[in-house]
Design a protein around this ligand. Sequence first.
Ligand code: 6PG
Length: 472
Amino acid sequence: MTAQADIGLVGLAVMGQNLALNIADHGYRIAVFNRTTATMRTFVDSKEANGKPVVGCDTMADLVAAIKRPRAIILMVKAGAPVDEQIALLRPLLEEGDIIVDGGNSHFRDTQRRDRELTAAGLHFMGTGISGGEEGARNGPSIMPGGTAAAYAKVGPIFQAISAKVDGEPCCIHIGTDGAGHFVKTTHNGIEYADMQLIAEVYSLMRNLLGLSAKEMAGTFAAWNQGDLDSYLIEITADILGQVDEETGKPMVEVIVDRAGQKGTGQWTSASALELGVPAPTIAEAVFARALSALKPERVAAEKILGAATPKFTGDKAAFVDDLKDALLASKICAYAQGFALIQAAKDEFGWDTDLGRVSMIWRGGCIIRARFLNRIKEAYDRDPALKNLLLDPYFRAFVEKGQGAWRRVVGAAVANGLPVPALVSALSYYDAYRSGRLWADLIQAQRDYFGAHTFERTDREGWFHREWARG
Ligand code: 6PG
């Protein structure tokens, strides 16, 4: 085998195949390997791959031999043990300066560990977030590569070429060293969870409080998609709500069980927020909301015992739909504010030089949370690269100020009618808490000192104090 391929890829499930085709379409010769050889053969012989610069390899050794040095090999395998297994197989075959790219949704701590191990062995490791699902992998994903600048210099041009483009700009930048790429991708997913949950809560209010039909809701979401809320998730929501089940003639959403799965990245985002002490309640609520949804049999049984809500809407439905739009956007701003604050904290903690404004740029296309509003985030970081929280930016501040009446009416109506809206409530509380110069924690400090002599600070002088509370 002559070493002519520009890059290699291991793992030919749908994402791997689509990424390989995308790379080949951009004129790069790609060598591919899959644990089950038949899968590789079927792919290489498929009409999609036929005639493209795709080189099928029967063994890992063939794959390594087929790639020009320094070699770059992308792993597109399931996160967790399979990544370590493939690295263990590849490692003895590689030479100093070669690069292993992990394109899966790996935990950033695993990426940091693998980076340490491979760096010690003279190799480069690039933990790389790739967003956009199967379609994105094929036609242009958003790519978040971590690792050394030297490795990025080699692989970056290929990634930029295959990524989505917005206004001619590739949706791919070097995110930072070791785990930065996977951390940012995980946070993307955390925001994705929050965004989806917020949309789902708004949908449930339209349905359960206003009694709108799926068709009416589809029209509303489609209209919203023309304005500030313009985004992939709103677009697919409109599409989903407009689709009808051929078997029953009912709207598709009515025949789907209200129980959502999850693969773990939302949990990871929330766990990182807890570890780093960053308030990201709306993201966490979205994860808990999935856990609540998963209690389907228990909820059905509880409804019989505790009684279901009996919502009654009195008022102007069209005006409330407008309120829902403002509430959704304001809440979404809070979810993004939490996600960006989390990246900022991780960047400080791990010494990454991640550029938050540029992260928002590469999320404008290709990825699941792509949205028009990401341009506004970029502008916010242009105005103030050291921006502490998106809510402090003049544009977002003005927007939330203007929308907060609607936001409160929506949350108030949901609460009054017994309808659960955990993410909308949490986003509003986040906003209210963030703008409170004085919170409730004076009492918490007193309680801690009361039962555990944990001491407290005073408002009128420096230092730490303890009081003998039992003395009175
Ligand atoms: C993406 C997505 C993707 C993720 C799915 C499902 O950016 O392309 O985030 O990486 O796997 O969204 O995630 P859950 O199963 O956890 O909902």
